[in-house]
Every structure is written in structure tokens, then in C-alpha cells.
Design a protein around this ligand. Sequence first.
Ligand code: EPZ
Length: 423
Amino acid sequence: MDRFLIHGPCTLSGSVRVSGAKNAVLPLMAATLLSRGVSRIHNVPDLRDTRTMAKVLETLGAEVHREGSTLTIDTTAADGVDAPYELVKTMRASIYVLGPLLAAKGKARVSLPGGCAWGPRPVDLHLKGMETLGAVVELEGGYIVARQPSGGLTGGDMDFETSSVGATANLLMAAVLARGTSVLENAAREPEVTQLAEALVDAGAKIEGIGTTTLTVEGVEEIRPLEVTVIPDRIEAGTFLTAAPILHSKLKVEGLRPDHLGATLEVLEACGCSFQVGEDFVEIDGSAASAPVNVVTRPYPGFATDMQAQTMAVATLLDGISVITDTIYPDRFTHVAELRRLGAQIRLDGNSAVVTGVERLSGAPVMATDLRASAALILAGLAAHGETLVDRIYHIDRGYEQIERKLAALGARIERVEGPPTP
Ligand code: EPZ
């Protein structure tokens, strides 16, 4: 099992280019099941999760080929309806095939995703969404089994009691082929959901209200295969931007959408960073960053829960007391114990972490527990004095394309080393 060996402290300089958004490409790959033919998705990052989703599609009978950063997905022979536990347990986003399979094939049998590092992640809203369209949904042996009613799916109205990215995407994809009108209230409007809706419209779907919390879908008989270029990954961009304050560095993050980073830039400004914002880049100067921050995660356009761990790493070295509250995932704090091993002073109080800044962090062996916690540990390791060994970095390979190469190119001392075989 690979590990990252990091020597700190270091300062970074230069520029880094952001890859395509993991959380945009996964639903787009699933949406190719809505039509028969050859879809092309450009600017696809090469990640464990995109490779897993490709395997899920191949299990369903699709052919997936990568040429550079373009994925060609041929669903002509995609007649399968089963997404097996072996694959779904490694990536909960596999549940994105539920809506497309139900709508396009009349049936879906998708393993219930397990929990994740920070606790249960229910899928009740996904199932409710399918039922809104008239589907019969049952749980059989750890699998979700959804079937169209005899007359096929019909449009329905869903008012999401919680803003859910995945459930919005799943219902949106199914509603596109349901007969009649569907209205999704309190729909998620993360940029990744907006891109999915736009790609579906480009393929012939009828969706109004894109970018708002009310989406209205007019079902159509069929849509064409997709042709879409994945938006930049706003979380990867945010992760590199937070390297500036924690390492008191100046760097340029390129190939991003500044309009997707509003809440992140606000927090970076609050801790004392300054920046130049261009059309597709941000040049950030974190050399004077020292002020503590108060952060509360919210659905987009609020501060992203996926930036919570990275921001906590920054807060460990800010002056005074920072408070970081996660309202999306109240227990998404598995990185706290690992940051403490590096000398951070953090007290948990319900769904808030109270972080008291310290003079310095000291290197130590730590263990990654999930994707964004891994990023936080890498950032903290780069700032810590001495050697930090981050174990279980398969987590980070799920969502960051060659992160150690990108960081090394900015001047970081980080290398991937073979770990001992799993005990
Ligand atoms: C997506 O997960 C992202 N994953 C997550 O990113 C991200 O943290 C999350 O949205 C929130 O922004 C992908 O896009 C692949 P949700 P998702 O449904 O769709 C509750 C990363 O690091 N909920 O928006 O699973 C849920 O418990 C990953 O890239 C229900 O109650 O998240 C949470 O409190 C981690 N019932 C809230 O909604 C449901 O059926 C938001 O979850 C579904 C969700």
C-alpha cells in the first residue's frame, strides 16, 4: 500500500493546472446510459473513481475507451441493469447509475452503498426520487431493486427536505425520460449538477431553472449521446489555494472557474491572503496569512464541506482560535485525530472543531481516512517540521490526479513510497 513521504516545512512557488472535476464527471459518465450510442466526455481526470465508474459501465455492457483526457463511452450494447456490490462498495457514487438504468432500461438493481469513513450516508432521497416518478423500489439482499410501473415512469414533484447533490442528479437523469413534467424543489445547485443539466439539455432533454434550486423537467422520448467537456475541479483548485496560507507561499492556480470558488476565496481573504483573480486563474499570496477564521459549511454557493478538512489544516497554524462547523456532515472529523498527531490543538464540540493555532507542527506518521482528510494531512505535512509519512493514500488517488507530482513541481518535497504489505 503506497504512502507519501513528506519533508517540511517548505514554501511553494510557480503555477499548477487544475484537472477536470471528479464530482462532475461521475454523474456525466452515468448519464451516458440514458441513450444508446457513443458519448464523448472531454477533460476527464485519470482517477481511481473515474476508473471505477468505467468498470461499472463496462459491467453493464458499455465499452469505455480513454484517449488522452477524452473518454469515449459506447452504450449501444449496454443492456445490463445490475451494479454489483464488489464495485459499489468501493465507490458510493456508483449509485448514479440508478436513475439512468431505471429510466432507460425499465429496471435497476444497484447495491446499497456502504457507509464511509465519517459515518452513514443515507440514500433515502435517491429512492424517494425514483418513487416520485412512479417506480416500485424494494431492498433485496443489500440491493436497491427499482422497477418502472407498467405504464412507464411519469413526471412527479419532489421537494427535497435536504439539499442533496447525488439525489438531485439521480432524479434529474430519470425525469428526463419520464412521461410528463417533474418539478424538483430545493434541488442542489452545485456546479457539477448544473453541468449535468446543461449536458442533458445539449443532448435533447428539456430542463428549466438550471442553476437554481427549482428544476422543471419536461420528459422526452429519448436523448442523444452526450458530448461534454468537464468543468474544472473546484475542490482541487481550493485545495491548492489553501497551500498558500499554510505554507506562507505565493502560487498561481490555473484552469479554474473563479465563479465556482466564491466562498473559498472569502475564507482565504479572511485569514489574510491576497489574490489576483483572472478569467481562469487565481494568483494567491498567503505570506501574510495569520488571522483566525470562522467557517460554516453549506450547500453551494455556501462553503463546501469538501473544503472543510483542508481549511482546518490551515487553521492549525493561524493565530488565535478558529471555529470550523460542518452542517452537511456533522461527523466529518476523522482528520482531527491525525492532525493532533502533528501537534495541532483541536477540540471537537458537536459538529464544530475549535482550533487553537500553534507556533509549529511537527512531522509524524499519520493515516489518511478519506479523500479530503488525506489532502488536509498532506498540506499539514508540508508545513510540519521534519518527516511526515501519510499512509493509506489510495484515498487521495480517488480524487486528485497525480497530486504529488503537481506539488513537487511547486517545490514541495513529497514522494510516493511503497508501503509494507497490508497486515
Ligand atoms: C456529493 O456527495 C459529493 N460526492 C461529496 O463529495 C460531497 O461531500 C457532497 O456531495 C456534499 O457536497 C460526489 O459528488 C460524488 P449529498 P453526495 O447527497 O451526493 C444527506 C468528495 O470528497 N442525504 O449532497 O453523497 C447527506 O447525509 C465527496 O468528493 C440524505 O439525508 O452528498 C448529507 O447530510 C465526499 N439522504 C446531505 O444530504 C440522501 O438520500 C448532503 O449529501 C442523500 C443525502
